[in-house]
Design a protein around this ligand. Sequence first.
Ligand SMILES: NC(=O)c1ccc[n+]([C@@H]2O[C@H](COP(=O)([O-])OP(=O)(O)OC[C@H]3O[C@@H](n4cnc5c(N)ncnc54)[C@H](OP(=O)(O)O)[C@@H]3O)[C@@H](O)[C@H]2O)c1
Length: 252
Amino acid sequence: MANDLLKNKNVIVTGASSGIGRVVAQVFSRQGARIIAVGRDLERLDQTVSSLVGTDNLSIVCDVSKPTEIENLFQKACDFIGQIDSVVHCAGIQKTLPLQALKESDFDEIFDTNVKSAQFIAKSFRKNSRYNKDGSSLIFLSSVASICGEPAISAYSASKSALLGLSRSIASELARNNIRVNCISPGVVITEMAEKLFSQLTSEQYQLIKNKHMLGFGKPEDVANAALYLASDLAIWVTGSTLYVDGGYSAQ
Ligand SMILES: NC(=O)c1ccc[n+]([C@@H]2O[C@H](COP(=O)([O-])OP(=O)(O)OC[C@H]3O[C@@H](n4cnc5c(N)ncnc54)[C@H](OP(=O)(O)O)[C@@H]3O)[C@@H](O)[C@H]2O)c1
């Protein structure tokens, strides 16, 4: 593979302190990008940044469920790095909650973190010439759970379905700004989020989910490579779409 697909590109990666976001930051960095790594845990963000190529990458602490913090993030990022070429919004939470256990506060936390964040990231990105007018990219992490039902994750599934609608409408609105907006919908990828999910399953439930992945469970690199394609000029004519990276889960 070429190693300069993102040469001199400035990229914000949310959720970069863990799992998919951390590997997106690493893969993008090896392709020439400067990275702003975003999350709430500074120590783990700094671990990510220390694993990147070059010295002009930065950690910024931000709770993405809060629009005011998102706006501050974009201000700080642009002060440090200038215009932003891409944002990969990987930060998200999953809670396994059957209806009898689900509280209003859980629903709000899931929607604030997974959906409201995406809406206000798009708003802050678009503002004040923060994006590259020659072509920018915004990528949201949805999930196969957006289109495939599973028990006990209804609020999470709803949040990931909401991202599909949100991204199509934002794609329509921002095409005139030359900002492409796309989603990636992964199946189960082995990260802390997946390990937590597995710890709550019986062995039969685990096997059922495993069997739905025709190509087995995914690795963070599988998703990072899809994000690399969508962020790069290889996807210059791709907007408003969803790329399913799920080992065949959603094909059945
Ligand atoms: N793993 C899977 O099987 C899978 C499947 C489909 C979709 N996805 C989606 O892929 C994305 C990444 O998942 P993952 O598996 O990499 O999860 P993960 O390892 O649990 O990482 C989640 C990341 O989100 C950040 N985060 C959570 N709440 C935040 C908040 N309020 N503000 C800022 N950052 C926040 C965490 O950072 P801090 O702790 O530092 O805040 C962490 O870096 C998520 O959107 C998830 O829904 C994952």
